[in-house]
Design a protein around this ligand. Structure first.
Ligand code: HT7
Ligand code: ZN
Length: 855
């Protein structure tokens, strides 16, 4: 497949100020008539090129005249029309078969609905159009459909008119006054019920809000509606951004390639990020709903009002919007816990990506298939880069920078450079060297060594940075790395203030005076930079910080490092002392000042995957054995505490408050250790929690704990869960996911059997992710020494590629990490990648991921 390069960007040859679309909707055969006003952009004689993917033009008109077939031609799916004048009216007619669209891009059918997904390049599957984000148009959309089957007809913007038509059909017209790129176009037709509400904006306008779902799901929409109203208020308060249309609609669909989509005024969501009630949704699901509703809403400014010039600028909208949604969620709950969760996700997904064959900068230089670049790097590292700017500027100057950015680029398609320039000017800061974060891939490593001079009563902190080589970038320049740092006096447990040290050189020293005794280093507090820090801190230093650091993230980090050190020692065959870990967990559990949610985060052992990331060559079996043994020991040694916490945190009635969520998190952690201890009554206690719980958070946690073992309670609980929830797709996903995640010796066979289960389908991306996506994240099972886990995922990729290449391609990266494993596993992983690549008719999506993964 062709490689698209950032350096080749050229402004569009033709602009499309206005487009009118007329949809005659039917799942089997939909007709789309498009009328485009086109204007020549600049002095050139190039023809009009309208992208198309799988479209056949049934009629082409220019200024009302039907063209002969010789007057246009198709080139790689695109419609090419030579034009003599500078502005024309172009009309095209195409036919689509939404019910056969298994790629879920363009116009498709999902659970009786018709809906669209156009980002990144789905609009070209609906009509001929310059499918690029820098062509902004005003849309007028008419839809007609059978009224009984599709009583609700929604599109972007404001509703203009509705009419009944002959033969039981009806029509609706929607106009969107804001020029937008075609990736933000959307329509939905179906039999939907509405949770209707309203919001009064800061200038006093009333906006009609609607969350549209299947009638039976209406009771599960309250949390999403609250999240929407909270988001609208937050964006006004924190960024001064007001909503601009008179209506804001959200529709939930069951089949969706991603989490959600920010189409102007008509967000379309994967139903898993809208529907929540205590019976079926965990606290993580509730938080997911809140975060994704906020994310898509915030795109109205960071993405829609100011959009991207080209897809290389994707992080301009996604990194900034993730940063905004992270801060919103922190404001809605706990800043400390949210930061820990976000860093855990960053490390699990982005650090792995950054150290593998698919590493790319947050502003990539090239791609084959843009859908492959909706990555943790673009989203999560992109957010970290914005976070660093916010930290360096401080709240007020960051706001001045964002105000300037929004005001200067409103209605435009902008670049990452435009954002940085606005921050630089509005925030009055030089971001020259900082721009390297946009250019260089790879997670920087920082080595921090503290040395104390008792005579001079000073300490010297030496910081050394290296940025690893990544594909296409063998040599790196030093980055500008902001590191929040404090030096603790071990005698008082206090520090003299938090300083922001800027590491800009390959090696730099900082001297601090007034230290009679050697202080303890707390660095990268709050995870101020997305880097890997290595220090010469002792286990005693880490234990001290785990009890005294006043920065919650640094406190958590110290505890994690303490655990990592013990486990890595054990994995290497040493008899590393675990006393400090057990003491630290005991201290944390018994500190009454701590938030239970924070305690639950802190006492949890690093994941098997995270431990693998700390090793040159990952040994999945040794990691599993060491972690399992430590877990058992922690469980046994602190047994009275686990039992006490498990009993004390049982709530009388369900609440979704932060306090209630924190209590459930801690209760589940206690149950986990209690069962891991091997206590005889462990499975019965877990089964008791499973049976008695009035909420999915406790029920699923108990099921997950049981799934790791082989007790009779395991099968009983899985059967009960299945029978209770088999009719509810989102909840049944949890049944598949729990088994795919299980740290069970037969996990591979179990996943293989589940792939043949009558409720498994490749047609639904949530189901695929629940089984194969979860399994590929289960390090011990997926990396089974026989290679059978690799074969299972490769089989799925091959079969799924024929239906839904985008979702198939997302399963490839776990196979690409072969360099991190022993020769035997590496050869088995490579063999599967080669088998995938040998498939005839393989998609561009999977070809790009698999071929890059072999390099
Ligand atoms: N901006 C949206 C991206 C998206 C997407 C990308 C590729 C294929 C399907 C997709 N659905 C949505 C989601 C977001 O970041 O808000
Ligand atoms: Zn987004």
């Amino acid at each position: 497949p062709a490689v698209i390069r950032r350096a080749d960007y050229r402004a569009p040859d033709w602009l499309i100020p206005d487009i009118a679309l007329d949809f005659d909707l039917d799942p089997a055969l939909t007709r789309v008539e498009a009328t485009l006003s086109v204007t020549r952009n600049g002095d050139h004689d190039r023809p009009l090129r309208l992208d198309g993917d799988g479209l056949v033009p049934l009629a082409v008109k220019v200024d009302g005249r039907t063209l002969e077939e010789a007057e246009w031609h198709l080139e790689a799916g695109a419609l090419i029309i030579p034009l003599s004048g500078d502005s024309h009216r172009i009309e095209t007619l195409v036919e689509l078969a939404p019910q056969s669209n298994s790629k879920l891009m363009g116009l498709y059918a999902s659970g009786g609905l018709l809906c669209t997904q156009c980002e990144a390049e789905g609009f070209r599957r609906i009509t001929f159009f310059p499918d690029r984000p820098d062509v902004l148009s005003r849309y007028s959309v008419r839809m007609s459909a059978d009224k009984a089957r599709f009583p609700i007809l929604l599109a972007n913007g404001d509703p203009i008119e509705q009419a009944d038509l002959p033969d039981g059909r009806h029509s609706a017209l929607w106009n969107d006054p804001f020029p937008k790129p075609c990736y933000l176009f959307a329509l939905v037709a179906g039999d939907l019920a509405c949770n209707a509400d309203s919001f009064v904006t800061m200038s006093g306008r009333e906006v009609q809000l609607g969350i549209w779902v299947k009638e039976a799901d209406l009771p599960r929409t309250a949390h999403a509606m609250k999240a929407l109203k909270d988001s609208m208020a937050w964006d006004e308060r924190v960024y001064g951004r007001e909503y601009d249309l008179d209506v804001f609609n959200i529709v939930a669909v069951a089949d969706f390639n991603f989490g959600a989509m920010e189409n102007k005024g008509l967000n379309i969501f994967n139903s898993r990020y809208i529907l929540a009630d205590p019976e079926t949704a965990t606290d993580i699901d509730y938080d997911g709903v809140e975060g994704v509703v906020a994310h898509e809403y915030f795109h109205n400014w960071s993405g829609n009002r100011v959009t991207c010039r080209d897809w290389f600028q994707l992080s301009l909208k996604e990194g900034f919007t993730v940063f905004r949604d992270q801060n919103f969620s922190a404001d809605m709950g706990s800043h400390a816990v949210k930061r820990i969760e976000d860093v855990r996700i960053l490390r699990a997904a982005q650090f792995q990506e950054d150290s593998g064959p698919l590493a790319h900068p947050i502003r990539p230089e090239s791609y084959m298939e843009i859908s492959n670049f909706y990555t943790a790097t673009i989203y999560n590292k992109g957010a970290e880069v914005i976070r660093m700017m916010a930290l360096m500027l401080g709240a007020e100057r960051f706001r001045a920078g964002s105000d300037l950015y929004f005001d200067r680029h409103d209605g435009e398609a902008a670049t990452c450079e435009d954002f940085v320039a606005a921050m630089e000017e509005g925030g009055q800061i030089d971001l020259g060297q900082f721009r390297r974060w946009y250019e260089q891939a790879g997670t920087p490593h920082v080595r921090a060594l503290l040395s104390h001079d008792p005579v001079a009563q000073s300490v010297e902190l030496t910081l050394e940075q290296t940025v690893p080589a990544t594909p296409g970038q063998p040599d790196k320049q030093p980055m500008a790395i902001p590191l929040r740092t404090a030096l603790f006096d071990p005698a008082t447990g206090q520090h003299h203030g938090d300083e922001l040290l800027m590491l800009t050189e390959p090696k730099q020293s900082f001297t601090f005076t007034g230290f009679a005794a050697a202080p303890v280093l707390s660095i990268n507090r709050g995870f101020s930079a997305p880097v890997i820090v290595e220090t010469n801190r002792s286990q005693a230093d880490l234990a001290f910080l785990s009890a005294h650091d006043d920065d919650p993230f640094a406190r958590y980090e110290a505890m994690q490092q303490l655990m990592v050190n013990v486990l890595i020692g054990r994995i290497a065959g040493q008899d590393t002392d675990d006393g400090a870990v057990i003491d630290a967990i005991r201290n944390t559990l018994t500190d009454p000042a701590l938030d239970p949610a924070f305690v639950a985060e802190t006492i949890r052992l690093p994941s098997e995957a995270y431990l693998g990331d700390q090793m040159k060559i990952v040994d999945p079996d040794a990691i599993h054995a060491a972690r399992d043994a430590l877990q058992t020991k922690i469980g046994a040694e602190l047994m009275p505490l686990w039992r006490d916490i498990h009993a004390k945190t049982k709530a009388n009635a369900f609440s979704i408050s932060s306090a209630a969520k924190g209590a459930r998190k801690l209760r589940n952690a206690a149950l986990h250790y209690l069962v891991a201890s091997g206590a005889q009554d462990g499975p019965a206690i877990a089964f008791g929690q499973f049976s008695e719980a009035d909420n999915m958070t406790e029920r699923q946690a108990a099921l997950g704990t049981l799934a790791n073992g082989s007790s009779p309670e395991r099968e009983a609980a899985l059967d009960i869960f299945y029978n209770r929830y088999s009719a509810d797709a989102l909840t049944l996903d949890k049944w598949f996911q729990t088994q795919a995640f299980a740290l069970h010796p037969d996990a591979v066979e179990q996943v293989q059997a589940l792939g043949q289960h009558k409720d498994f389908t490749l047609a639904n991306p949530n189901r695929v992710r629940s089984l194969y996506g979860a399994f590929a994240g289960n390090q011990w099972a997926f990396h089974h020494g026989s290679g059978k886990g690799y074969a299972l995922v490769a089989d799925c990729i091959i079969a799924l590629d024929k239906l839904n290449p985008q979702t198939a391609a997302r399963l490839v990266p776990p196979l690409g990490r072969w360099k991190r494993f022993d020769e035997g596993r590496a050869a088995l992983m490579r063999a599967q990648l080669q088998r995938i690549l040998a498939q005839p008719g393989l998609s561009k999506d999977v070809t790009e991921q698999a071929s890059k993964s072999l390099e």
